[in-house]
Design a protein around this ligand. Structure first.
Ligand code: OOB
Length: 548
């Protein structure tokens, strides 16, 4: 029987009691909160450097001490157990003080990405009912205080905390008080809210508990063989699940490694940091891996410390995968994961054939996998179908999204990933496509419906459908097919459309890359716009353009 919380507003669906017991008996869930990563880190690795960013470095002890001090400061502001706090930070060291301070008081960070703008942040505030928002003053030329000003009143935010010059807001520096004495201990509760790539108009928040997330971090550390000698370079945003926990920054801290934070993924900066700090591993999305491959051939920097490059978030082609080892003289690991839980890794000692051609196999022996056809029946190995999964670190429901959960999960608790995969006899997974209405733009996920709904408010647009179009570097980009309204005065160009959405406050990566005008949409027999057919049209068109 499902162990649902009996309230009007169901926050999240926990695992059933029998599974909880099994995971505890088997030592997967160890009754510890994520705060233990840093408290244990301080005990074991005390004065070792834990984090290096562009300006400063922190020892394990410093991070934990500062987190304890901040926890008191946060409490004095009124942030309590179970309060949601939107955290939107670039890759800076203070990030760790902040999240561990929140874990220490049992408050729940909502992991916004630096690219998010007012539309996204307002939605996160609305769903989570967060009263606090933590930002850095500026990053990559963008002033987050202006964003905070825009959303302050619509979101009823009480605390806007700024790392750097706070202007009229609360300065993070002012919140370091006497260290908190006792930390929050309920490991079965929600630790953090991750963001879903999204397939609907409204984004979904992903409730990860201390028990389940800590398990996924420990298991990832084991598989990726992180240890005290590892140096992890974080180039993707650290709040994203890949960089955060697969094994990512939390894995690095758990293993006693050192984290080097890069402000962006540029090869110039990354290669300099790899040489300077003798980086041993990093995690990349396919477009970055491809750019690094082309730069590596001509670099004068010494990259010989690298022993592992992980690539995930979107499909990495076998041709590109084959180049990693010869160019970087290190192992490649393909990672097929999702913020909802399931992580698949190729193993470090897998044969090349597996590493080049598959996206790995589930990380845990307790992960359950099904590949099903349109009728819900399991297909034979080697045949494509939708991937369903359940297990010790895959959620049972999105946060406060009851209705959506009825479709996103089966009645027996499997998560419908929306990914079309083939599973081979050895249990390795090859990602073939997806059934979800999403564009995977080099690892950044765009919900077609979200952008379509915003475009429908444009005066010249009567109807619109957004689909993925193939792209050599990004894998996919987005194309908006537009039907103009009868009274449209002029055809808006791609610049106008992007400007319109940007003005509304949509993150840049969600803006369409191309528009196509149409007088009538191809329809399915159910009377819906036939996106499959639109994808074929734009694929043909881009192919013809390439040939021309
Ligand atoms: C990671 O997480 P999300 O939540 O941003 O996106 C999950 C989705 C998957 O359902 C799949 O559609 C796609 O991203 N995906 C891949 C992939 N890795 C993720 N598609 C093809 N090949 C891959 N290797 O993207 C994520 C989370 C943790 C670790 C790694 C990636």
């Amino acid at each position: 029987m499902k162990n649902k919380i009996n309230s009007e507003e169901i926050d999240f669906t926990p695992w059933n009691n029998a599974d909880c017991q099994l995971y505890k008996e088997q030592g997967l869930w160890i009754n510890k909160t994520l705060d233990q990563i840093i408290t244990q880190g301080e005990e074991k690795y005390t004065d070792k450097i834990a984090v290096i960013d562009a300006n400063k470095s922190w020892t394990y002890k410093e991070i934990n001490n500062n987190a304890k001090k901040l926890a008191t400061g946060f409490k004095e502001l009124g942030i309590e157990e179970n309060d949601k706090v939107i955290v939107q930070l670039p890759n800076i060291g203070e990030y760790f003080e902040i999240i561990f301070a929140l874990f220490k008081i049992g408050a729940i960070p909502v992991y916004a990405l630096p690219a998010h703008r007012n539309i996204e942040i307002e939605q996160f505030c609305k769903i989570s009912k967060a009263k606090s928002y933590i930002i850095a003053e500026k990053s990559a030329g963008f002033d987050y205080r202006n964003l905070a000003r825009k959303i302050k009143s619509s979101c009823a935010l009480e605390n806007i905390i700024v790392c750097g010059d706070a202007e009229e807001f609360i300065s993070l520096d002012s919140l370091y008080r006497a260290p908190i004495k006792k930390a929050y201990e309920n490991s079965t509760s929600v630790a953090l809210l991750q963001l879903s790539g999204g397939t609907t108009n409204i984004p979904k928040l992903i409730p990860r508990t201390h028990d389940d997330y800590y398990y996924s971090v420990r298991e990832s550390v084991k598989i990726c063989e992180l240890n005290v000698n590892s140096v992890f370079l974080a180039v993707l945003p650290i709040a994203h699940n890949f960089t955060h926990s697969s094994p990512g920054v939390l894995g690095a801290l758990y293993a006693g490694s050192t984290i080097v934070l890069a402000e962006n993924g540029s090869a110039d900066l990354a290669f300099e940091l790899i040489e300077k700090h003798k980086v041993t591993l990093t995690s990349l999305v396919p477009p970055l891996a491809m750019i690094w491959l082309s730069y590596a051939k001509a670099t004068t920097k010494d990259l010989s410390s690298l022993s592992l490059i992980q690539v995930g978030g979107a499909k990495f082609s076998a041709e590109a995968a084959k180049k990693i080892k010869p160019v970087f003289k290190c192992q490649l690991q393909q990672v097929f994961g999702m913020a909802e839980g399931l992580i698949n890794y190729t193993r470090l000692d897998d044969p090349d054939e597996i590493i080049f051609n598959t996206q790995g196999r589930p990380m845990s022996p307790y992960d359950e996998i099904k590949v099903i056809d349109k009728n819900g029946l399991e297909v034979a190995d080697g045949f494509p179908g939708e991937l369903l999964t359940r297990g010790p670190y895959t959620i049972k429901g999105y946060f406060r999204a009851n209705e959506h959960n009825n479709n996103a999960f089966t009645s027996d608790g499997f998560y419908r990933t929306g990914d079309i995969v083939c599973k081979n006899k050895e249990g390795y997974i090859i990602v073939e496509g997806r059934v979800k209405d999403q564009i995977n733009r080099g690892g950044e996920k765009v919900s077609a419906e979200e952008v379509e709904n915003l475009l429908l408010s444009h005066a010249s647009i009567q109807d619109v459908a957004i689909v993925a179009m193939p792209d050599k570097l990004m894998g996919e980009r987005s194309c908006a097919f537009i039907l103009l309204s009868n009274n449209a005065e002029k055809k808006p160009g791609i610049g106008d459309i992007r400007h319109f959405l940007e003005n509304k406050g949509l993150a840049e990566y969600k803006l369409p890359d191309r528009i196509e005008y149409t007088n009538n949409f191809p329809m399915t027999s159910f009377g819906k716009i036939n996106k499959q057919s639109l994808r074929s049209i734009i694929t043909e068109k881009t192919k013809t353009a390439e040939l021309a």
